[in-house]
Design a protein around this ligand. Structure first.
Ligand SMILES: *Cc1c(COP(=O)(O)O)cnc(C)c1O
Ligand code: SF4
Length: 445
């Protein structure tokens, strides 16, 4: 199977698309001025249920629609197109709207490490033992998720792109940091790289000078969006040989697979891709954000995790949707997210309960919403950091005032009336700068 991409330019050549009402098709042309759009022939032929159209979860996952933009922004872009604005005027409008969508890909400068006082591009080192690496050749995806928090890097503003440079200085950085045990390759999707590039990024870490590295993780959506990557692509076997070599060298290879809905696991090719990856000795761990219109239903999540266990995957994380891009359409209140998670967890088999969530990936670390409990006569949120930039903060429960509408940590207030949570020390807050609690983190979200 050869990959073919549909973009705003050629989507009208797609048969089932042309059968949709004119209005829905026009809406995509408007919204795609602002948000990135790209989908491939596997997603359109085998995953989307076109009968259900806009109500289909995979349609919601990949196809732009009117509700993703604030109404006013949508109308302004629609009018600009209708009235034939010059490219320049349109670009200014689009840039303004993008800024208003709270782009948050920028990483806190404190987390970009340095070598000899020079920043090491494409690395983010926040937690002692684990660092993120953004390979320059893997900063795109086989299709774009409508809720992606890395969306700004897929639209024109190349300035927001965050990736390694040709010098590969990240290798020296890793060599010189023996406290590192885990490298997490992320993007975009590193599995969009060809086998040769992938090898150039991974193989060096098999050398003896990297004995401190126990685990190579790859964050990827390819098992869901383009399983042919591991089966019939011309270099599929070369990729699997590389995986074999990594596990054969005694390293743990963890494929952090991004699946949002059980349908992504249902096709024969998706299951074959999984089997082939697993046969190399790689462990497939799974993660997803919890997203309205796609998987905000305990039955859908329980099914997703149950299927993953049946297919030999290890459910790992359920994230809270970040407040960026199209979050107005997708985000859920934290309480609702917790209730959905809890009901799904209750319905899932024991082996699926390795999944953690709902998790907010914040500047301070990964905040777990343990749930809502009765405090002194009043409900409170119970939270903790399962991962934090200061190890001593880990898993210390803390409490936030009950707020049924709060969707993110910065919409919560400490239950005891303090101005800040215990981990929000002034020096840390100052260092946080822009994107205070939402610094970019870990890969295919
Ligand atoms: C999530 C994340 C990791 C990985 O954390 P684990 O708990 O080991 O999965 C590493 N670095 C950053 C910056 C992260 O956000
Ligand atoms: S959410 Fe992940 S897989 Fe989806 S477009 Fe963004 S980076 Fe790519």
């Amino acid at each position: 199977m050869k990959i073919r991409y549909f973009t705003p330019r050629n989507i009208e050549t797609l048969e089932p698309w042309r059968r949709l009402p004119r209005e829905i098709r026009d809406d995509l042309q408007v919204v795609s001025q602002v948000l990135p759009f790209r989908v491939n022939n596997y997603v359109t032929d085998q995953l989307i249920d076109w009968q259900r159209g806009i109500d289909d979860p995979i349609f919601q996952l990949t196809i732009l629609q009117k509700g993703l933009l604030p109404e006013e922004a949508f109308e302004r872009v629609r009018r600009a197109l209708r009235d034939g604005w010059s490219a320049e005027r349109r670009a200014a409008l689009v840039a303004e709207i993008r800024r208003s969508l709270n782009p948050d890909v920028d990483t806190n400068s404190a987390d970009i490490p340095a070598l000899e006082d020079e920043p090491v591009p494409g690395v983010q080192h926040k937690f002692r033992d684990t660092c993120l690496i953004f390979p320059a050749h893997g900063q795109t995806c086989h299709a774009y998720c409508t809720f992606c928090f890395r969306w700004p890097q897929f639209v024109e503003d190349a300035g927001v792109r965050y990736a390694t440079d040709a010098s590969h200085r990240f290798q020296r950085y890793v060599r010189d940091h023996p406290e590192l045990t885990d490298l997490l390759f992320t993007g975009g999707d590193p599995m969009t790289m060809n086998a040769r590039h992938l090898r150039a990024y991974l193989e060096p870490f098999l050398a003896p000078e990297f004995d401190h590295i126990q685990t190579l993780r790859i964050g990827t959506k390819s098992l869901a969006y383009w399983p042919y990557r591991f089966v019939t692509d011309s270099d599929a076997d070369a990729v699997l040989r590389l995986f074999d070599e990594i596990t054969g060298a005694g390293k743990q290879l963890a494929i952090m697979a991004h699946y949002n809905h059980g349908r992504e696991l249902s096709t024969p090719i998706a299951q074959e891709a999984l089997r082939r990856v697993q046969r190399t000795g790689a462990i497939v761990r799974t993660q997803s954000p919890l997203v309205r219109h796609i998987n905000d239903d305990p039955a859908v999540l329980a099914h997703l995790w149950t299927e993953q266990v049946r297919l030999g995957c290890v459910p790992y994380a359920l994230f809270v949707e970040r407040l960026t891009g199209a979050s107005r359409h997708f985000a859920l209140p934290l309480e609702r997210a917790w209730r959905i998670f809890r009901d799904a967890y209750e319905a899932a088999p024991g082996l699926a309960r390795t999944v953690r969530g709902p998790l907010m990936s914040t500047y301070y670390g990964k905040v777990l919403v343990e749930g809502v409990a009765e405090g002194q006569g009043e409900p409170v949120f119970v939270l903790s950091l399962v991962r934090s930039r200061r190890p001593e903060w880990t898993r210390r429960p803390f409490f936030a005032r009950y707020d049924s509408a709060a969707r993110w940590l910065d919409e919560l207030r400490p239950a005891d009336g303090s101005a800040t949570f215990f981990f929000q020390e002034p020096d840390i807050i100052q260092g946080a700068g822009r994107g205070l609690q939402r610094a970019a983190a870990g890969g295919p979200g």
